[in-house]
Design a protein around this ligand. Structure first.
Ligand SMILES: C[S@@+](CC[C@H](N)C(=O)[O-])C[C@H]1O[C@@H](n2cnc3c(N)ncnc32)[C@H](O)[C@@H]1O
Length: 324
């Protein structure tokens, strides 16, 4: 989270956040950071987006000792967190991690502020049962997901449609075939929705698209140079017992085959963020690959500090690279 905050601070609050380090107050661990002035307005909103934030306190003191003064968060979220948490399945990418991946990738683009005002567009080209899609929806963003696994697509479509109905969120869901040159390649569904009824009536809607196709064969399926961010939790090369890893070749070969389509879809100034298991894809191999596909890997600030252990078989890292 310290690395995530560094990425957010460098992009949205340049020069105004000093040391970021764990602190302990009365035996409880916090993440401490220094700011030139107490956080309000846009800077408060920027800090409120952090994936692991529970509460924010201003450290103050008086003659009786140290005080923690609560500061109300200003979360950009438009939907309750259960949109991201309800669906549970083997192989799901952790929700908090998904938000972190999306946030740090958005911060590496030329338009980090668009992450908070709801105008950024997101593509998860290996979206499974939609953890990234739901996270982006929560933040008010337009999002496209791609996955070859029909069970994943069906499960996410069923979940999303039930969720929107039960929460009385205005929406329209359509489904049909993905076609190219008259040939059917797979199934798709599209949703238009708005958190607010008046927004829906006025056409101020969010767009969600799910394409059930092979992510290495996207030619002609996505508009070129449109999406601001591409994020993917790549197959880990370990058996979760279900989907994903059976479909994939080595994760690096899969990325090599898929990256041309992903980079084509990305707008210049946009960024790609990949979660990788270092046991099956060394960081240097991933950064070399991204560079070979014309991207510039971002290593400065928080971007070199996102590696963490998940379990004995997954040593997870995030590699972020920019187009242009
Ligand atoms: C680690 S999982 C992503 C899980 C997802 N973030 C979630 O929370 O549900 C990787 C995904 O890549 C998909 N995949 C692997 N090879 C693919 C291909 N060639 N085309 C499309 N999807 C593919 C798998 O079906 C799997 O759902």
């Amino acid at each position: 989270m310290a690395a995530e905050l560094r990425c957010v601070a460098d992009a949205l609050l340049p020069g105004s956040v000093g040391d970021i380090a764990p602190v302990e107050v009365a035996g409880v661990a916090y993440l401490g950071f220094e700011t030139a002035a107490p956080l309000t307005g846009d800077p408060l909103r920027a800090v409120s987006v952090l994936s692991g934030i529970q509460a924010l306190y201003l450290r103050a003191g008086d003659e009786h000792g140290e005080l923690l003064r609560p500061v109300a968060l200003d979360r950009p979220d438009r939907f309750p967190s259960d949109l991201v948490t309800i669906l549970k399945y083997q192989g799901k990418t952790n929700e908090q991690f998904t938000r972190l991946l999306l946030t740090v990738t958005a911060m590496a683009t030329a338009w980090p502020e668009r992450y908070l005002d709801g105008t950024m567009t997101v593509l998860d080209p290996m979206c499974g049962r939609g953890t990234t899609l739901s996270t982006a929806i929560t933040l008010g963003l337009d999002v496209t997901g791609i996955d070859l696994d029909a069970k994943d697509r069906e499960a996410y479509q069923a979940f999303l449609s039930t969720y929107l109905r039960q929460h009385r969120i205005k929406h329209r869901l359509t489904s049909g075939a993905v076609r190219r040159s008259g040939k059917t390649l797979g199934h798709r569904f599209d949703v238009e929705l708005a958190a607010d009824k008046d927004d829906y009536k006025a056409g101020r809607v969010q767009h969600v698209t799910y394409l059930g196709v092979d992510t290495t064969r996207l030619q002609g399926l996505l508009p070129a140079g449109q999406t601001n961010v591409v994020v993917a939790d790549t197959p880990y090369g370990v058996q979760h017992g279900s989907h994903g890893d059976r479909l994939a070749r080595s994760p690096l070969d899969l990325l090599d085959a898929a990256l041309p389509g992903w980079v084509r879809a990305l707008r210049t100034g946009g960024a790609v963020g990949l979660a990788v298991n270092r046991h099956v894809a060394a960081r240097a191999a991933v950064t070399d690959l991204l560079a070979r596909h014309g991207l510039t890997v971002v290593e400065a600030g928080g971007y070199g500090g996102l590696r963490h252990r998940v379990d004995a078989s997954i040593d997870r890292d995030i590699v972020v690279a920019r187009k242009g």
